[in-house]
Design a protein around this ligand. Structure first.
Ligand code: AMP
Ligand code: MG
Length: 322
């Protein structure tokens, strides 16, 4: 593993079929040439990601989009004009240029244009679209700094340094339907915001398999993690690290990370994975708690992630009482 600042070296590596972890505005991605199936296979191997979980392809301009999809409807351009570059992924019918390994055999491909100078320059200089999931082991906490990547993927060829990411959670993923759009994954671009451009399609059933990689457990820390609500509030907090939002739950906790000084949900999104990493690495902390937030707007994206992070630890809930 080599930590680098030089985008030319990173682009050459992508061209040579190697893996480069790089910053985007959401989280760090683990990138490979999206049109090179052997390079893409290395992503699945290094992340230990199951082959049924499709990757998002990152582009730097709309010409690349046109080569990757079989039909573009006018709505895609409308959304792109408003949100690209930015944290919105659109799932679209794929062209036969896109290798099956990228889409896990699906007839659709997830595409986004990241709003990040280094990411865009890397894609441009590589001369190819870049397939990239988050640069963490499958199911674990997403990385928002190069140190988080190094911790989980020490065998990656290169990590391109880009400081801490500014959005902090993964992109919103949508799919277009006959009458509007459906949300496959919540992010900081909310359903309410998108509804200003396109109607939300609440009528068609979201098929079970429409976003195959959406697991009940994800973002999972390597030590006990629970959302601080209900019975959890009664536990002995003296060895707990609390991810705090309002400040109301802090009393008695061993350590506290306040994710926002001004109680802004955007700050929660920006800082939540970093706080999880910090407590995961802290030997003084036995249990990590996170303050829940109301499930509206960005709160939806935050609570989705907290619930998935908690999933594998929920069984321990019965044993947390006094
Ligand atoms: P990430 O792991 O952040 O790269 O996100 C990838 C997720 O995007 C996958 O787990 C899927 O849920 C979703 N996704 C990517 N491509 C597609 C697709 N073609 N159809 C539906 N969902 C997709
Ligand atoms: Mg991920």
């Amino acid at each position: 593993m080599e930590l680098i600042n030089n985008i030319d070296i990173a682009a050459q590596a992508i061209g040579a079929g190697k893996l480069v972890a790089f910053p985007t505005e959401t989280v760090y991605g683990l990138g490979a040439d999206a049109l090179n199936p052997l390079a893409v296979a290395k992503i699945f191997e290094l992340k230990e990601r199951p082959s049924f979980d499709p990757l998002i392809v990152h582009i730097a301009d709309l010409q690349q989009l046109e080569k990757l999809v079989s039909v573009i409807d006018e709505r895609v351009y409308r959304l792109a004009a408003q949100y690209w570059p930015g944290p919105l992924t659109m799932v679209l019918p794929k062209s036969n240029r896109v290798p099956d390994i990228v889409t896990s055999g699906l007839p659709t491909v997830g595409i986004r244009m990241p709003n990040h100078k280094i990411a865009l320059e890397l894609i441009q200089k590589s001369g190819c679209p870049i397939a990239a999931p988050s640069a963490n082991k499958f199911g674990r906490i997403s990385p928002t700094t190069s140190a988080h990547v190094k911790k989980q993927l020490p065998r990656v060829d290169f990590i391109l340094e880009g400081g801490k990411t500014t959005v902090g959670i993964e992109s919103t993923i949508i799919k277009l339907t006959g009458t509007g759009f459906q949300v496959l994954r919540n992010g900081i671009i909310t359903q309410e915001e998108l509804e200003k451009i396109l109607p939300f399609d609440g009528n068609s059933i979201l098929e079970e398999q429409s976003a195959p990689g959406m697991m009940k457990s994800h973002y999972s820390p390597g030590k006990k993690f629970l959302i601080a609500q209900g019975a959890v509030l009664k536990i002995e907090k003296s060895k707990a690290g609390l991810i705090s939002f309002s400040g109301n739950l802090e009393k008695g906790c061993r350590k506290v990370i306040r994710v926002s000084e001004r109680e802004d949900l955007k700050d929660y999104a920006v800082n939540m994975f970093e706080a999880l990493h910090a407590f995961e690495d802290d030997p003084d902390i036995d249990i990590i708690l996170a303050e829940p937030v109301p499930e509206t707007g960005i709160g939806k994206a935050i609570m989705d992630r907290l619930r998935k992070a908690e999933f594998n630890w929920r069984h321990s809930l019965n044993h947390v009482g006094p």
